[in-house]
Write a protein that binds this ligand. Sequence first.
Ligand code: CA
Length: 235
Amino acid sequence: MTTEDKANILIVEDEINLHEALRLNLEMEGYEVSSAYDGNEALRQIANAYFDLIIMDIMLPELDGISITENIRVHNNNVPILMLSAKNAPADKVLGLKKGADDYLSKPFNLEELLIRVAKLIEKNKRILVKESVGDQYKFGNNLIDFKAQDSITWNGSTISLSKKEALLLKLLIENKGEVVPREKILQVVWGYNVYPTTRTIDNFILSFRKYFEEDSRSPKYFHSVRGVGYKFIE
Ligand code: CA
């Protein structure tokens, strides 16, 4: 398995021993693990990388896990969050789930149970991300795209070779026709690992698509950007 295929998990936990135990066990299961020991460090990492799952303690220095979760959801980031807490208070659990956590475990917990929940959350999220495929070829207007051959014949008769990333991004947008595809999802599907290219990188891909496939690239019919959210293909 290459690094790019491994799911990336962020552990946000200030108790060193527990943190290390989690890290070791998750790495043994084949996950790529990143660490944060306080709230601000967690926010910094979340802003700069893609994660398939976050394991989030509630009681943390600087910023608590519930506030971090709230912050993540306010930014339209739907990363699965498994919340941990020493506090067994039901109110705590309810608040965590209300603020956007997907699952909850009270300490002390059984490591095996945690690993099962981790795998389930990641699997469920993947199923949401992967939609039905459009097939090898797709025609819109007078453009024909061949995803497999990575080329296209455009409305003015030109043949264009597509890079692998261009073909992937086209496929993703077309499979979600009429819906805004969030930036995070594009990064996961097209770039596929937890290094974020800048927003401008995706913008440049969209500009190329308009140049290839739009009869008037300045007033695009098919490829639209939705400021601050993502991109949309309309037919
Ligand atoms: Ca703690």
